[in-house]
Design a binder for this molecule. Structure first.
Ligand SMILES: C[S@@+](CC[C@H](N)C(=O)[O-])C[C@H]1O[C@@H](n2cnc3c(N)ncnc32)[C@H](O)[C@@H]1O
Length: 234
């Protein structure tokens, strides 16, 4: 079991916010592991994942979803015990504005929780997943979709410090869940297909080289979810 799950099992939170929730995957983890919670709200600037999210949590009245920009929410100051951001720091174009808003929303004794796949420190089977993500970022960027390459652990810490937050618990965590690993394996097979669908793909942008690197790394080490850099801050 992941280290984060262990920490969540010791936590109680009345109100929880999951920013950039997409289909609520991280809420699944929060709701399974938090010792107690009264309400979890998932927000996202797009409702593209909400149908799946609402379907998944339809039996739990404590969990709901709203379309909202994480950089400018309409919640009052100090509304939440826990404000989370999972694998989304590199998807938000104005990270300082996002962290300032997250800081505004935590109660005096609350926490911000950031879980992010870092660009550095990935090895073996986890590197396969991290490389797939690098390719996704290249393809999205070539198609005009904002998707910054993942940040290093130092860059993530610098953002947190720059927002006037203090990291109180920092650790690395790697899950090993067969169903998640199988999903990554399927993405390895589709790496070349993905770039062939992208009109801007060519050797100069290094996409084919990246797809080859993904397949080579997979042949050597297999695929596992990437290591996550996890920070609790306030
Ligand atoms: C990789 S997905 C989220 C993954 C999800 N948190 C998880 O752990 O499975 C990134 C999400 O960031 C959202 N996003 C980007 N900018 C945002 C913003 N300013 N406010 C809220 N959501 C934003 C996108 O719409 C997208 O759904």
């Amino acid at each position: 079991m992941g280290k984060l799950n262990e920490k969540l099992k010791d936590m109680e939170a009345e109100r929880v916010l999951d920013v950039a929730t997409r289909d609520g995957a991280f809420i699944g983890r929060l709701s399974k592991n938090l010792r107690r919670f009264d309400e979890i709200i998932g927000i996202d600037i797009s409702d593209a994942g909400f149908e799946k999210a609402k379907d998944k949590f339809s039996g739990d009245a404590r969990i709901h979803f709203e379309v909202m920009d994480g950089c400018a929410t309409n919640f009052p100051n100090q509304s939440f015990d826990l404000v989370c951001l999972s694998n989304s720091l590199h998807h938000v174009s104005d990270v300082p504005a996002l962290l300032k808003e997250m800081r505004r929303l935590i109660k005096a004794n609350g926490y911000i929780l950031i879980s992010e796949m870092p660009a550095d420190g990935q090895a073996g089977a986890s590197l396969t997943h991290a490389l797939i993500h690098q390719l996704d970022s290249m393809v999205d960027t070539a198609q005009g979709i904002y998707h910054h390459p993942t940040y290093t652990r130092q860059e993530i810490s610098d953002f947190i410090n720059g927002a006037g937050l203090t990291a109180v618990d920092v650790f690395e965590d790697t899950e090993n869940i067969p169903s998640k690993n199988a999903a990554i394996e399927a993405r390895v097979e589709k790496a070349f297909q993905k770039i062939s669908q992208c009109k801007a793909a060519d050797e100069d942008q290094g996409m084919e080289a990246m797809a080859r690197r993904i397949q080579e790394n997979f042949r050597q080490y297999g695929a596992n979810t990437a290591m996550q850099y996890i920070v609790f801050a306030r």
